[in-house]
Design a binder for this molecule. Structure first.
Ligand SMILES: C[S@@+](CC[C@H](N)C(=O)[O-])C[C@H]1O[C@@H](n2cnc3c(N)ncnc32)[C@H](O)[C@@H]1O
Length: 253
């Protein structure tokens, strides 16, 4: 796998533009993760090439469809802005001065107490590799807790909830009465973590609203079983990380 990746990365220079090179690295990331992360058997070279071709095709089709969808919008509303930064302090960005308040904020924050490795792939259920950074050509160095609102072993997850609160306080500062904040989140132990999470949202200045047409759940919220949950999370059983909930909030005025 390493040899194939080295060969592929060595041909990067045949693509003239930086954007093309980044696109190719994304396709390689997709393929290498499929081939390595949480698998017991590593696919052969032919299968890896076939997957890479498929990834390039579906990524280009997706990009074209997205561009078409943007083209079909009225020109005034089709400005796309990407900010690569923490959501904490987002309201301090200067771009908001020229933009209306968001109508919709859609997000999936890190999950409390749920073990997910964002910055490593796990090979054959054991060894962890920083290969994603090598393939992407970016720096590794922030550590697991950077991606998860803090270490999952903290007492009562106090650091996690402090970060969640700070994040949603920033989102509340950007919102007005018309903004809906939708998020998908799961819990390692929903019995105490869900109420604690909702308390953090309330502290951030948000009020929960429940959609009217949810009839199949006892608490009026939308829950779903998670497809393709990484094996180390699904080992913890049916309740908890293998079930995700969708929460709707508005800012409290
Ligand atoms: C449950 S995952 C959601 C992944 C996302 N739905 C996707 O498809 O990429 C949580 C994500 O939140 C990111 N994250 C953690 N802290 C953050 C912060 N302060 N600001 C913005 N994103 C953060 C993590 O890196 C991780 O990718």
């Amino acid at each position: 796998m390493r040899k194939i990746l080295e060969l592929a990365l060595a041909t990067e220079g045949t693509l003239k533009e930086k954007k093309q090179q980044q696109f190719a690295r994304c396709a390689l990331l997709n393929t290498a993760q499929w081939a390595l992360d949480c698998r017991t058997d590593v696919p052969n070279a032919g299968e890896i090439r076939a997957h890479l071709t498929e990834a390039v095709c579906s990524m280009s089709t997706g990009a074209l469809l997205f561009a078409d969808a943007l083209d079909s919008l009225p020109k005034t509303s089709s400005r796309v802005v990407c900010l690569h930064r923490s959501a904490i302090g987002l309201e301090s960005e200067l771009i908001w001065a020229d933009l209306p308040r968001p109508k919709l904020i859609i997000t999936s924050p890190p999950y409390p107490g749920v073990h997910v490795l964002y910055h490593r792939w796990q090979i054959q259920g054991r060894r962890e590799t920083p290969a994603p950074f090598w393939i992407a050509g970016t720096q590794d160095g922030c550590g697991a807790s950077f991606y998860t609102f803090g270490d999952r072993k903290q007492k009562r997850l106090n650091g996690y909830f402090a970060q969640a609160e700070a994040t949603f306080r920033s989102l509340a500062a950007l919102s007005d009465r018309g903004t809906v904040i939708v998020q998908m989140v799961a819990f390692s132990d929903p019995s105490w973590q869900l109420p604690r999470y909702l308390e953090a949202m309330a502290n951030a200045g948000l009020t929960e609203t429940k959609p009217e047409q949810v009839s199949d759940s006892r608490d009026g919220r939308i829950w779903r079983a998670v497809p393709n949950r990484k094996w180390y999370a699904s080992q913890q059983g049916e309740i908890g990380p293998s079930k995700e909930v969708v929460l709707f909030h508005r800012v409290r005025i």
